[in-house]
Write a protein that binds this ligand. Sequence first.
Ligand code: ZN
Length: 267
Amino acid sequence: MTHAGHPLFSSITDLIAMLAPLTFSALANFPCLVHGIFNRHGGISPSPYDSLNISYGGDDDPRRVKENRELIRQSLGVDILVSGQQVHGSQVHVITGKPLTDLEITGCDAFITNVAGVALLIQQADCQAIMLFDPQRQVAANIHCGWRGSVNNIIAATIRVMAEEFATDPGHLLAAISPSLGPCCAEFINYEQELPGHFHPFQVKPNYFDFWAISRCQLQETGVKPTNIFTTAICTVCDPNWFSYRREKKTGRFCSVIGVRSEKSGF
Ligand SMILES: [Zn+2]
């Protein structure tokens, strides 16, 4: 698909220039690392997927999704995007060699890599992405974590694999929690059935829970230092700049991406 049909822009360079990914200064300090959280603006998909929808899972035209992902790839300057057909499970996938093409791996919600040019993409509409970076081992990870991921503690599962495969010391890890469902909107009417008892202290008012605090707690339980955990405090239900399943039901997905910078980019 070309950009010929777009009413305002004629080149991919124009479109990339319109993207405004959110970044964390603590992660931006590392020249070997690339990351960004892309809101719903700046893509080419029509309503209700307007406009930077990166999910093949809805009814959006896959050619448009492919083009939106291409904008993100070029914006970040990476070669390969690895994503998952996320299932709210706790499977962790390690990428140790450079794939020839983009991958969307079935049944996985967390990804780890130390391969230059490979970036890990998490698809979201209220769920958290938790981006991790080990500056000592130069290993990046990205976790899709909705409330089921919190219940499964996919955070601990991912950090355990980083320790096993790359000798990561959690005490050195940096962690960034993306825009996602905030305590203002995280109503769980059936929480007594859905959430374990040790989550109940995170109830901020009747039936509302602070899943950002739950993630910070789970990160700290593995050994991540509180001063190395960063959040945006942006609730995707409250803020219309982000896709929100709770707000819109039929909608697109935005993405958080982290990876090791491509060697050819000169860093
Ligand atoms: Zn909210």
